[in-house]
Design a protein around this ligand. Structure first.
Ligand code: PMP
Length: 434
């Protein structure tokens, strides 16, 4: 039976916490009371027990396999969500750069470079500033484009040109930035990088927030210093974040070195040294994440999720490569439906930067290209009606982020093609009412 045909089935288009694959939920349910014949649920085991240690190692190995994480990178599980990582990267990498500088000079002068392409990278930049770092926004999409509707060409970023003023000044002062930060997929604004930045000084580590698109496509981890992601979109439940860090960057920020002391819970080196078992980890969240990794690595489980889609019939077609193929198909059909309609407006103008995970759009009664002035109040009423009628039909959480309004469909790995088809049918049905 297809999911849509199941009585009471709901489609979750929320940006996070997001859908968890059905086979994962079923497996968790079946193991809930007795995890691997321990007689206890996973939540009741000691985090120092062998079964949990095995799970901790297994989850890391699965992620390493899925993302082909090179040996010189460490994988850690941390708590505190994406927001905690906004702070952790500041402390950890400024400490690293300070030590690269021979532990001399004032850490407050070490630049930290941010590319701001949406509200999450903006918030991460604000946090760096709040913590006293020498923040440099080397690209601000809102300033260049008027709104977060695309990604300004990398060649225009302030640090891209080796002969440009910023790189020259850095060379003159012998002061390299601690890192270059960007957000691969801006969940609120629907802007996703179609490439990995490459024009910056290669000795400056790239730090990337992949909270909302990790595991949606292959990624060349070797190009990054740090990748992090909160789990609650493409990995599992809220409560755990994944951090992948190149091991030579591990450096604790300590007062004795003239640095702001970092709380040990934010210190990557402490987490690595203790194999993510420095304190009691969020075991249930890591367990579900491991089941999601299993699901991604298992062709049969993915076929259950996808129905009989022929392209998934090859048993070696698994992992992030399979997820990517499915995600591209889902996003392409949804964007096409929006483009072909009379009154849905895709927010992100720059086609190459349109997210395959989060698709924000607006409704306007003014015919496209007619030059007619939109009636904002009426349009917003239609958007509210769109969301309310969708809820009544079991299509949930389609309202845009509260900071921007409008509508947003989040179609992460766990969203099936069938779910996207149901949404497209609803788009047409709603439009026909007007
Ligand atoms: N980064 C991105 C890209 C996000 O989408 C979010 C949350 N939606 C965050 C960071 C913040 O994550 P958290 O709520 O886990 O702190």
């Amino acid at each position: 039976m297809t999911a849509a045909a199941q009585p009471g089935h709901k489609w979750n288009f929320g940006a996070g916490p997001a859908m968890i694959p059905r086979p994962v939920l079923e497996r968790a349910q079946s193991e809930f009371l007795n995890y691997q014949s321990t007689g206890l649920s996973i939540m009741e085991l000691s985090h120092r027990s062998q079964p949990y240690e095995d799970l901790n190692n297994k989850a890391q190995a699965q992620l390493r396999q899925l993302l082909k994480v090179p040996e010189n990178y460490k994988i850690i599980f941390m708590q505190g969500g994406g927001h905690t990582q906004f702070a952790a990267v500041v402390y950890n990498l400024i400490a690293w750069r300070h030590h690269q500088n021979g532990a001399k000079g004032d850490w407050k002068e070490i630049p930290v470079d941010y590319v701001v392409t949406g509200s999450w990278s903006a918030k991460a930049a604000e946090e760096a500033k709040r913590l006293g770092a020498n923040l440099r926004i080397i690209c601000d999409a809102k300033k260049s484009l008027g709104a977060f509707t695309g990604i300004p060409a990398e060649s225009t970023w302030a640090t891209s040109d080796p002969q440009g003023a910023v790189r020259q000044a850095d060379a003159a002062s012998n002061q390299k930035p601690a890192y270059l930060y960007y957000c691969d997929n801006e969940t609120v604004n629907g802007v996703e990088f179609p490439y990995v930045p490459s024009l910056h000084d290669p000795s400056v580590p790239l730090v990337c927030d992949m909270s909302s698109n990790i595991l949606s496509r292959p990624v060349d981890v070797s190009k990054f210093g740090v990748i992090y992601a909160g789990a609650q979109k493409n990995i599992g439940p809220a409560g755990v974040s994944v951090v992948i860090i190149r091991e030579d960057l591990l450096q604790t920020s300590e007062l004795k070195d003239g640095l702001p002391p970092v709380a040990l819970m934010l210190d990557y080196k402490t987490m690595v040294k203790n194999n993510s078992l420095y304190n009691t980890p969020p075991m249930f969240a890591i367990y579900i994440s491991s089941l999601v990794f299993d699901w991604l690595l298992n062709a049969d489980a993915q076929r259950v999720q996808d129905g009989d889609a022929a392209i998934y019939s090859h048993s070696s077609f698994v992992g992030v490569e399979a997820a990517q193929a499915r995600n591209e198909r889902k996003a392409a059909k949804l964007y096409k439906a929006l483009e072909e309609s009379r009154f849905y407006r895709i927010v992100v103008q720059d086609k190459a930067a349109r997210s395959k995970m989060n698709i924000p759009f607006r409704i306007s009664a003014a015919p496209k290209g007619s030059g007619a002035v939109a009636d904002k109040k009426k349009d917003e009423e239609m958007e509210a009606a769109f969301v309310a009628q969708a809820e009544a039909k079991g299509l949930l959480q389609l309202a845009g982020h509260r900071s921007v309004g409008g509508i947003r469909a989040s179609i992460y790995n766990a969203m099936t093609e069938e779910g996207v088809d149901v949404l497209i049918a609803y788009l047409k049905e709603f439009e026909n009412q007007y």
